[in-house]
Design a protein around this ligand. Structure first.
Ligand SMILES: CC(C)(COP(=O)(O)OP(=O)(O)OC[C@H]1O[C@@H](n2cnc3c(N)ncnc32)[C@H](O)[C@@H]1OP(=O)(O)O)[C@@H](O)C(=O)NCCC(=O)NCCS
Length: 211
């Protein structure tokens, strides 16, 4: 994951940050970003052999370890510690949580959480997606996100949203590749380790749910 700030997105030019972050995402070559996270070696076999399956309580130790590695990047989430299983379980939708297994080993996970308990937002959820460091750049994230989008549509969820730090271009690109659009920049939304962070809001409105 890139840790390089987007160019020209300095404090004081907040009004142009959305355009700036978007330009940065499209201007950087895939090679630059790939090099930042050691993705050399992406090939025709990426994603092959990966099984996407429901996430169960027995997967929690592996899921928690992958979550912890994501937190350690400093660009994945405002969370600084992994919750315990009961807390995580209560916060996420039971029907929309998946793991990716490579030869039986959990190498990634995705889950949806409700954004509100208001009735009108019953079909709006937020995704979390984490891939083990040694499994990134092989199509695991795309396979997981594609699968949870399908699961959401089957379950009547019409919008999936996500908040992404601008520095996390791997996640921005992954979501855009799966049909998410950039809604905008939420400026200095929260502090992580004492530093104010912007958060990009992206969403995918299902074209399949119209009725
Ligand atoms: C973000 C993350 C989930 C991506 O998962 P992944 O398995 O590495 O992604 P994939 O290999 O499936 O890539 C899918 C698409 O994402 C984009 N992408 C992924 N990694 C990228 C990188 N380092 N640089 C640029 N684009 C990247 C590409 O568009 C890619 O499409 P392509 O296959 O046509 O090249 C993974 O990097 C991760 O777990 N990061 C740490 C936790 C985190 O940040 N989670 C997201 C919180 S918002």
């Amino acid at each position: 994951m890139s840790s390089t700030p987007a160019p020209n997105c300095a404090p004081g030019r907040l009004e142009s940050r959305a355009a700036c972050y978007l330009q940065a995402a499209s201007a950087r070559s895939g090679r630059d970003l790939v090099d930042n996270v050691g993705l050399a070696g992406r090939g025709a076999d990426e994603g092959r052999g990966i099984r996407i399956e429901p996430l169960g309580a027995g997967d929690w130790p592996a899921v928690a370890a992958i979550y912890e590695a994501g937190i350690a990047t400093g660009h994945a989430t405002f969370e600084t510690t992994v919750p315990d299983w009961p807390a995580w379980d209560a916060a996420h939708l039971a029907d929309h949580r998946l793991v990716a297994r490579d030869d039986g080993r959990v190498v990634g996970w995705v889950a949806l959480a409700p954004v509100s308990d208001r009735r009108v937002y019953v079909g709006v959820a937020e995704d979390s997606i984490y891939v083990a460091p040694d499994a990134r750049g092989r199509g695991v994230g795309r396979a997981l996100l594609t699968a949870v989008i399908a699961s959401a549509e089957r379950g009547g969820i019409w919008t999936i949203q996500t908040g992404i730090f601008p520095e996390n271009q791997a996640s921005v690109r992954l979501h855009q590749a799966c049909g998410f659009r950039m809604v905008g920049v939420r400026e200095r939304l929260g502090r992580l380790h004492g530093r104010w962070r912007d958060v990009l809001l992206l969403e995918r409105r299902s074209p399949a749910i119209t009725g």
